[in-house]
Design a protein around this ligand. Structure first.
Ligand code: AMP
Length: 433
């Protein structure tokens, strides 16, 4: 199928040609006619499927040209990075029209965003929080909003945006076209759909929570932080790791990994986490996108929604404990018809999460042998203690009556013997059997 066959007008075909898209992706083929026909829609599609253009193109085409001063379409996304990305794509796709688009996100003052609104606007792309903040200043007049997109809805729910989404729904007209996009479709997203959408057409381009077929996935058992660093160093010797995103659990660890790699001089690296200023974060992403940077280290929240083509490898330095994040993360590689590899490091306390992820993606992630060149070090006392606590926590999740071996020992005021405890990793397995 071609974009012309989707009944897109010349203005948009021109913009598509400029973007270098040769043919519509599956979600575009399925969603564009339905949106142009005015239907409500649930789109189950991962990042990388072309879902952004799938909703932007028909909405922009319906809006056609600049009209009045009040916004007529609203796109809500979970993070500022995603606002910036969707905004860029919207501006490119609308470049042969006079449509006015504004990006609204926090972390910077609202002044410029408010000024754009005052001069007249057709499309708002915003995080829920910033939308409400500016609404509260009476700078948004939502009466004319006729199209609302909730993008990365599962993520918005994970980030606790349900109250804000409800509040926004109360402020915009009831009669409108509503589109919901989500990589996965858990119960909480179903709740949004049931509350806000009217007889939606449901389109699913990949089976729920199935990672892109083009992504190779592996896991390494890595006993501790230092071994993870050593493995990372080893992997990066391979030049095919040309553009790599490393996801790290915490800001502190992300900084440590950054310092470690920086000292090794393995190529240009950028660090992305929420303590970094807005401009530093956007610059880091832009540098990475332009190919000037080999490695981007990020905490998960910061990395969400970054649109980077041709990422060769995603490395989960830690196993994500929000399992749907795994799907999102590995969605950064193998995007838009390219292949990629996702590698996850897991210690024994993270195996539990790997099992849960495998259930979610309905796939087994093959485990690779640790390369001999990797320095496998002893796990330090405190790190081991954290891992054992984590095992206890997991057992409690599975069995709320479980008191916890770790805590029992602590209560008896015994100094934990971690040699024995390390065996208790395998004892734990035996007990499970
Ligand atoms: P998305 O799923 O919207 O994040 O899009 C993923 C990437 O695919 C973005 O870089 C888009 O620019 C790109 N893309 C979207 N539609 C197409 C298309 N029809 N052909 C090629 N690339 C596309």
């Amino acid at each position: 199928m071609t974009f012309e066959e989707l009944r897109l007008t010349r203005q948009f075909i021109n913009a598509i040609v400029d973007k270098g898209y040769n043919q519509p992706t599956e979600i575009q083929e399925k969603a564009i006619p339905s949106i142009l026909a005015g239907q409500d829609l649930i789109g189950i599609a991962q990042t990388g499927t072309g879902k952004t253009a799938a909703y932007l193109l028909p909405i922009l085409q319906i809006l056609k040209y600049a009209q009045g001063t009040e916004p007529r379409a609203l796109v809500l996304v979970p993070t500022k990075e995603l606002v910036v990305q969707v905004y860029k794509e919207a501006c490119q796709l609308a470049s042969y029209t006079d449509l006015r688009i504004v990006a609204m996100y926090g972390g910077i003052g609202p002044k410029t965003q408010i000024e754009s609104l005052r001069t007249g606007i057709d499309v708002i792309i915003a995080t829920p929080g910033r939308f409400l903040e500016i609404y509260a200043k009476r700078e948004i007049h939502p009466k004319k909003i006729k199209h609302v997109v909730l993008d990365e809805c599962d993520r918005m729910m994970d980030m606790g945006f349900w109250p804000q989404l409800r509040e926004i729904q109360e402020k915009i007209p009831q009669k409108k076209q509503q589109l919901l996009f989500s990589a996965t479709f858990p119960e909480k997203v179903e709740r949004i759909a049931a509350n806000f959408l009217l007889f939606p057409n449901r389109i699913e381009v990949t089976p729920q929570a199935t990672p892109a077929a083009t992504v190779l996935q592996f896991v390494y058992e890595t006993p501790n932080f230092n071994t993870r660093c050593s493995l990372l160093k080893d992997l990066l010797r391979d030049e095919s790791f040309s553009r790599v995103i490393v996801f790290v659990k915490t800001k502190e660890q992300a900084t440590k990994v950054f310092t470690f790699l920086d000292n090794l001089r393995v190529g240009d690296i950028r660090l992305l986490h929420s303590n970094k200023g807005q401009n530093a974060r956007i610059n880091a992403v832009d540098d990475f996108k332009e190919g000037n940077v080999r490695i981007l280290i990020s905490t998960d929240v910061s990395a969400r929604g970054i649109d980077v083509l041709e990422v060769s490898h995603v490395i989960n330095f830690n196993v994500p404990t929000h399992y749907e994040d795994y799907v999102h993360r590995i969605g950064r590689t193998g995007r838009a018809f390219k292949t990629g590899t996702a590698i996850t490091f897991a210690d024994f306390s993270e195996k539990y999460h790997i099992e849960k992820i495998q259930k979610l993606i309905k796939q087994t992630i093959p485990e690779l042998e640790m390369p001999e060149s990797v320095d496998v070090s002893e796990t330090p006392f405190l790190e081991k203690q954290e891992q054992l606590k984590e095992i206890d926590r997991q057992k409690k999740i599975e069995n709320p009556d479980f008191k916890g071996a770790f805590h029992e020992k602590k209560q008896r005021n015994q100094k934990p013997n971690f040699d024995k405890k390390s065996k208790s990793g395998s004892t734990h397995k035996k007990r499970k059997r």
